[in-house]
Design a protein around this ligand. Structure first.
Ligand SMILES: O=C1O[C@H](COP(=O)(O)O)[C@@H](O)[C@H](O)[C@H]1O
Length: 260
């Protein structure tokens, strides 16, 4: 697993724009070398900010949207179309504006979907969908995502892996149901750390003063059970994309050389 690298931007708007530009380049490069690309989206303010910045970026037309698979790191287990669902927010921010292939948009199940309100069955269904997309080199578990993005919560949660809850301790399954999440809604579906670590690149997004403590804790050697963000690592690269407010409590030794 890779060691975290940090990039600190002036403010959250610039962070979102720079991350959007970075994502476009990654997708275009993956499509040029493998014919297709796969990206895991995150919910939350920073993830949606990135998608909105991407929607406003003229270079978005460089992406072949029909050859892009989209997956989600987590979902709030609510009815289809609920405004709090991560997929609903992603559609509003970007997805409705680009020519995606609907078969390649792998939303997590809704609570009025094929599994009804059974969140464990919904998680199992998503795990099966991931396994069907995995190649032989992935040992039948999850595809090797090109980029997996995670918003970092003020309590260090990523996806719906909250500190000390059972989901963050999962070592076998790739997707699990979550009950009793401290952030509403309490019932969620989430990728686990083993699934997250299958990605080539993991990008953690943290902008804003309320993320400063979480970033400092996760990057200062905390354990992944207490600070799930600390356990989110990519195979080839782990990139923390921050703004100066979120980086304000980092030990000086962690600051990258060219940062303010
Ligand atoms: O509930 C969630 O929260 C996190 C972080 O969100 P933020 O608004 O504090 O940036 C997000 O990453 C996750 O996908 C989402 O379900």
């Amino acid at each position: 697993m890779s060691t975290p690298q940090l990039v600190v931007h002036r403010d959250k708007e610039l962070m979102a724009q720079a991350a959007a530009a970075r994502l476009i380049t990654k997708i275009v490069d993956a499509q040029a070398s493998r014919g297709h690309a796969s990206v895991v989206l995150t919910g939350g303010r920073n993830g949606n900010g990135l998608l909105a910045a991407l929607a406003a970026e003229p270079a978005r037309d460089a992406v072949d949207w029909g050859r892009l698979d989209l997956w989600w790191g987590d979902e709030r287990f609510l009815p289809e179309g609920d405004p709090e669902r991560n997929v609903t927010q992603a559609r509003e921010a970007l997805l409705d504006a680009v020519p995606l292939d609907p078969k390649r948009v792998h939303a997590m199940p809704a609570s009025d979907g094929p599994h009804g309100t059974d969140v464990e069955a919904a998680a199992e269904g998503y795990a099966e969908e991931l396994a069907r997309a995995a190649g032989p080199e992935n040992h039948g578990t999850v595809p090797t995502f090109d980029v997996l993005m995670l918003g970092v919560g003020p309590d260090t949660h990523v996806a719906s892996l909250f500190p000390e809850l059972p989901a963050v301790r999962e070592t076998e399954r790739t997707v699990v149901g979550v009950r009793g999440a401290p952030k509403p809604p309490p019932t969620r579906v989430t990728l686990t750390l083993p699934a997250i670590r299958a990605a080539r690149e993991v990008w953690l997004l943290a902008a804003g003063e309320d993320k400063a403590r979480a970033a400092a804790i996760a990057l200062s050697g905390a354990g992944e059970i207490q600070a799930p963000a600390a356990g989110a690592r990519g195979r080839a690269r782990t990139l923390w994309l921050l703004d100066t407010a979120a980086a304000s409590q980092l030990p000086r030794s962690l600051y990258p050389p060219a940062s303010p």
